[in-house]
Design a protein around this ligand. Structure first.
Ligand SMILES: C[S@@+](CC[C@H](N)C(=O)[O-])C[C@H]1O[C@@H](n2cnc3c(N)ncnc32)[C@H](O)[C@@H]1O
Ligand code: SF4
Length: 396
């Protein structure tokens, strides 16, 4: 697979502002590697480079591979009850006031963030505070809000599409594809009308055994979307044995019962023909669709089979998330791991974030992961954050 760095020149010509901010964000996160991981009196708040806002537990789709609402989704049966716990706008604003001076990159997601009733005033406030605001959405509710999104100058929208129309809709639900395209068109119309380059539009695709053969069709169709970036995520997967090992580990070391990892035990990694997938990717990467295409992670093509068929084999290690990132859940709970909100560090409705981030529970987590072989827990083998920011293992 092409290294993602190879797309930077094209990205720069498409969106110089995004590239500069992205580079700055990655620099902030990357420099965390240099810090001594064992200094637990350090003010880690100073290194905060990326903050995930999981605004809502609600979603209007049921994508099959989704760890929250898919076949194995851990949120499926409790959404109504959990939705009552979402934070009010004022509480989020208070949190933003606290973190804004650190200038972290922010990433709004969910559930489906367009279902959070105050998404627009919140994003507006974040932009006013000078934050780089990116929103990850299924894109089905974007069209009707296009005027406001462009006017409010959101930095980036990452929209999920997993294949061309029929295959996408077989995974994400009937009509999803056409709604996303209508959303892209509406945003691009507004950008022209308001003479704005923002938001930068990105497409995100998760690879499963149900869509990998259709990726070329999606890439071909994407010529018409007028987007700035296409990110192909190789997918988060686990299996029974990894879940069991992680469960025991977290109980013993951090006195925590885990629920969330099981959501990614979907089996949608099984049967992916690595050779064929590599050929498809190579073909896509050799063409020019008018926007850069990156994969997360980038893998040595010979290791593609390992990624999908040998989940016990690490491809990245030395997680840096606890030293520079955080995820705030819809109810105010603070976590390190965005996809696995099991270990709670504290809650922003009860304590200043800085105290939580430097607190005893946070440091216990840091110490435990630091002492693990390879600097990561046994369950983190295909964790998305580790695929993005973990240390590349030689040969992979
Ligand atoms: C959980 S969704 C939340 C935001 C929004 N609802 C959406 O679909 O974009 C966040 C991202 O995770 C991706 N995702 C879903 N299931 C996944 C899986 N099993 N592995 C990796 N990413 C996954 C989605 O496609 C989306 O890009
Ligand atoms: S739209 Fe996003 S959160 Fe909703 S089911 Fe699909 S991947 Fe999950």
């Amino acid at each position: 697979m092409k290294e993602n760095i190879a797309v930077l020149p094209l990205l720069f010509t498409k969106a110089i502002g995004l590239s500069a901010k992205m580079l700055y964000g990655f620099y902030r996160v990357g420099k965390t590697r240099m810090f001594p991981k064992h200094d637990f009196n350090y003010d880690h708040f100073k290194n905060l480079g990326l903050v995930y806002f999981k605004l809502t537990p609600a979603c209007n789709l049921r994508c099959v591979m989704c760890g929250q609402f898919g076949d194995k989704g851990v949120m499926k049966d409790c959404i109504a009850e959990e939705t009552k716990k979402t934070l009010p706008l004022e509480q989020w604003k208070k949190f933003i006031d606290e973190i804004a001076p650190q200038r972290p990159v922010t990433y709004i997601w969910g559930g489906e963030p367009f279902l959070y009733p105050d998404l627009f005033p919140l994003a507006r406030y974040m932009v006013q505070k000078g934050l780089y605001v990116s929103v990850n959405t299924n894109g089905t509710l974007m069209e009707r809000h296009a005027e406001e999104i462009v006017r409010d100058k959101w930095s980036t929208i990452f929209v999920s599409l997993d294949a061309f129309r029929d295959v996408n809709d077989s995974l994400r639900g009937a009509g999803a594809y056409d709604k996303v395209i209508a959303g892209f068109n509406a945003i691009n119309r507004e950008k022209k009308k308001q003479k704005s380059n923002y938001p930068v539009l990105g497409l995100v695709t998760v690879v499963t055994n149900r869509n990998y053969l259709d990726l070329a069709n999606l890439a071909e169709a994407s010529r018409e979307y007028d987007i700035e970036l296409h990110m192909i995520n190789l997918g988060t997967y686990t299996n029974d044995s990894i879940v069991a090992t992680q469960r025991q580990f977290m109980r013993e070391k951090l006195d925590t019962d885990i629920d969330c990892l099981e959501g990614y035990n979907t089996g949608y990694n099984l049967g992916i023909d690595a050779q064929k997938f590599h050929e498809i990717l190579q073909d896509i990467q050799n063409k020019n669709y008018g926007h850069p295409i990156i994969t997360v992670p980038t893998l040595n093509p010979e290791k593609t089979h390992t990624y999908y068929a040998e989940l016990e084999t690490p491809v990245r290690n030395h997680c840096i998330v606890p030293w520079c990132q955080t995820n705030i859940n819809y109810n105010g709970d603070v976590h390190f791991c965005a996809d696995y909100p099991d270990y709670i560090l504290g809650n922003i409705t009860q304590q200043p974030f800085r105290e939580i981030y430097n607190g005893e529970r946070a440091n216990k987590f840091r110490k435990t992961i630091h002492e693990c072989e390879g600097g990561m827990f046994p369950g983190c083998l295909r964790c998305y954050q580790n695929m993005l920011f973990g240390k590349k293992i030689k040969g992979y």
